[in-house]
Design a protein around this ligand. Structure first.
Ligand code: NAP
Length: 251
């Protein structure tokens, strides 16, 4: 895979942790210059340092995907420091698990919609010009919950179904510009996002019980599919969601 993203400038949101970090490191390892963007400044610079230590090139940046001015400012910085962005990974996301009757349900609905549904829109809008210029590729991180519901997660399920709709609609709209838009649907992946849940509940065991490959995923399981969708290996693929879920959706 060496060199698959040589010459690419890739922006990965939420790259200060978990799946985004694994994707950023994987992209750098196959030649991309990577912009590690995250609301968590320390996490973003840690990822950028990891990439630099491995011999890659990365720029760390603070980004709140819910803030359109922050997205526009990042697009400006990347243009000045690196050039035209050719790959965008909309990965930043949050999860809150609770029933719709919970006291915090309204607040959590709004937060999840802002980050997981409107966030990818905000960042994509900010980077449209360079993506058009480079005939770029957008990879959105959906979920198995782009297709199905899992426990106590109405807002998250709606937002991730929205990511699939966003992917299909954008693929149709931007295809004539040469931009490809795809998504990845991770199953249960062991990251800081679900660390507390894993520690306090049997959620992980429940997911594994419904996963034909019989294990939880690791963040690095998402790297190969992301490189595939970001590179010329997927030149005729657009509007697709690739499940990376150990077979969860087959049951
Ligand atoms: P993670 O380890 O929590 O990483 C997400 C990163 O995004 C964190 O650094 C987080 O910062 C950051 N972030 C949160 N809100 C942000 C904002 N407004 N702007 C910019 N960055 C923000 O989670 P992950 O498991 O890697 O999840 C990555 C993506 O995969 C998410 O879209 C998630 O929904 C999706 N996904 C995960 C799983 C799974 O099982 N882990 C399964 C399916 C889909 P803070 O830590 O400060 O919040």
């Amino acid at each position: 895979m060496a060199g698959l993203l040589e010459g690419d400038i890739a922006v990965v949101t939420g790259a200060g942790s978990g799946i985004g970090r694994a994707i950023a490191k994987g992209f750098a390892a196959v030649g991309a210059k990577v912009v590690v963007a995250d609301i968590n400044e320390a996490g973003a610079s840690e990822t950028a340092s990891m990439i630099a230590q491995a011999g890659g090139e990365a720029l760390s940046a603070v980004l709140d995907v819910t803030d359109r001015a922050s997205c526009a400012a990042l697009a400006e910085i990347v243009a000045q420091q690196y050039g035209a962005t050719s790959v965008l990974v909309n990965n930043a996301g949050i999860v809150r698990r609770e029933p719709i009757t919970a006291d915090k349900a309204n607040e959590d609905w709004d937060a999840i919609m802002r980050v997981n549904a409107t966030g990818p829109y905000n960042v994509t809008k900010a980077f449209l010009e360079p993506l058009k210029e480079t005939k770029g590729r957008i990879v959105n991180i959906g979920s198995i919950q782009s297709h199905v519901h899992t426990g106590n997660a109405v807002a998250y399920t709606v937002a991730k179904h929205g990511v699939l709709g966003f992917t299909r609609a954008l693929a149709a709209e931007l295809g004539p510009d040469g931009i490809r838009v795809n998504a990845i649907g991770p199953g249960f992946i062991r990251t800081p996002l679900n660390a507390e849940n894993r520690a306090k509940t049997d959620t992980e065991a429940q997911f594994i019980g419904k996963t034909p490959l019989g294990r939880a995923g690791e963040a690095e399981d998402i790297t190969g599919p992301a490189i595939f969708l970001a590179s010329a290996m997927s030149a005729f693929v657009t509007g697709a969601l690739v499940p990376v879920d150990g077979g969860y959706l087959t049951l």
